[in-house]
Design a protein around this ligand. Structure first.
Ligand code: ADP
Ligand code: MG
Length: 388
């Protein structure tokens, strides 16, 4: 047997909330012929941090509908610079020189995500766009950059999402069967099974995206700290019923979604500016909406045929204590826990997952899971941009 090898990778992620770049310095040790000998791989988080986007960039990223092609061209490099700064700060925080890392794995910032359309007979591939120029990150860090993780899966007809299922499997396979759930702007769940082939994952619908949009609209704030405003409000049953009637919830996985569907445009549609509802009541309704849609996804698509008793949550949404209380009630008898209790800080999990995917790409390992995304085959995820 070949000796254990260790690889250090910095994972970078910013999700649909478009709030900050999460960075994770990760050590990945393998004992097999390649690093990705699944039974033996060991993953250790060394350091993690979040770096908020500069104010004007954050505001551009939230007003996508009004951006020109020229704006998007500029944003690609500005996001690349922000990602590079986060990588450099993370290495500093870890106390490890950048040159000791093998690579940076950058998810980039999704600007738009169009899932595949149509049934099995007349299927149109989807399209997705992440910005954050990898050449800029490679130049600033001096490291190879793995990026563009979603495109190859979508070229094979897949959803290109969720991709973290492979890493969720490695991190939580010893606890299988278990649900691994991330509450970002969008909410996604991975059903981790004892064998990789059985793993399933999909987006359940909104995470924080609609609540954040409501906070911006009613209170001029980015999010509802601790869910305090939602807790004070009274849910509007009729509005909740209309929201839950969205066809996305009836679709069977594979499925993925984004801010295009569950974002500010949805809020404008169900609550036109003429609506005189109280902000707190809207937030209470939207918190219920997220909780109900997650519970519905579990009942329809996660629990049948699986013996899970626990769901491990991560993502910024776990800091919304009101939402977490609602979720705990709604997914009963499944027990809700936090990834922190398994040594994976809630805010670091996705960045950590991309570090794992990036390391796998360096070893030419195929990490796409066609059973998850619906693609017609398995592929290596990500392209490599060298620093020189
Ligand atoms: N203290 C908090 N209270 C309530 N919600 C929070 C708190 N901190 C973060 N959040 C929520 O988490 C979101 C960011 O979560 P994150 O996991 O970074 O999502 P994404 O992956 O979509 O960027 C914020 O937009 C906000 O809705
Ligand atoms: Mg974020």
């Amino acid at each position: 047997m070949s000796p254990a090898r260790r690889r250090l990778v910095i994972g970078l992620m910013s999700g649909t909330s478009r709030d900050a770049v999460d960075a994770a310095a990760v050590s990945i040790t393998g004992a097999g012929p390649d690093l990705f000998d699944l039974p033996n791989i060991k993953i250790r988080l060394i350091h993690h941090l979040s770096v908020r986007y500069p104010r004007s960039l954050a505001s551009d990223l939230l007003s996508l509908d009004s951006l020109t092609s020229g704006d998007i061209c500029r944003i690609n490099v500005e996001v690349g610079e922000a990602f590079a700064r986060a990588a450099i700060k993370c290495a500093e925080g870890a106390g490890i020189a950048l040159k000791r890392f093998q690579a940076v794995a950058s998810h980039g910032q999704t600007l738009w995500h169009i899932p595949p359309q149509g049934g099995p007979k007349r299927r149109r591939n989807g399209s997705t766009m992440q910005v954050g120029e990898p050449a800029v990150i490679a130049r600033r860090t001096g490291l190879p950059v793995v990026s563009g993780f979603r495109a190859a899966d979508m070229a094979l007809g897949g959803q290109g999402a969720p991709l973290v299922a492979y890493a969720d499997y490695i991190l939580f396979k010893s606890k299988a069967p278990i649900a691994v759930h991330n509450l970002g702007g969008i909410s996604n769940v991975t059903l981790v099974t004892p064998r990789l082939e059985g793993v399933r994952a999909f987006d359940t619908g909104p995470g924080n995206s609609l609540m954040d949009a409501a906070m911006r609209r009613y209170f001029g704030k980015p999010f509802d700290r601790g869910g305090a405003k939602a807790r004070r409000g009274r849910p509007d049953k009729e509005l909740l019923r209309r929201l839950l009637a969205h066809p996305y919830f009836r679709m069977k996985p594979p499925k993925s979604t984004g801010l295009e569907t569950f974002g500010p445009a949805m809020l404008d549609e169900v609550l036109p500016s003429s609506s005189r509802k109280r902000g707190e009541d809207v937030l209470a309704t939207l918190a219920q909406f997220t909780a109900h849609s997650v519970a519905h996804a579990y009942r329809r698509f996660v629990l049948p045929g699986s013996a899970i008793t626990e769901a491990v949550f991560s993502g910024g949404g776990t800091r919304n204590t009101f939402l977490m209380e609602l979720l705990g009630e709604h997914i009963k008898p499944v027990k809700l826990s936090l990834s922190d209790s398994y040594g994976v800080p809630a805010q670091a999990k996705e960045a950590l997952a991309f570090a794992v995917l990036g390391a796998a790409r360096l070893d030419d390992v195929r990490t796409s899971l066609p059973g998850v995304t619906g693609a017609s085959g398995s592929v290596m995820l990500g392209s490599i941009t060298h620093a020189s």
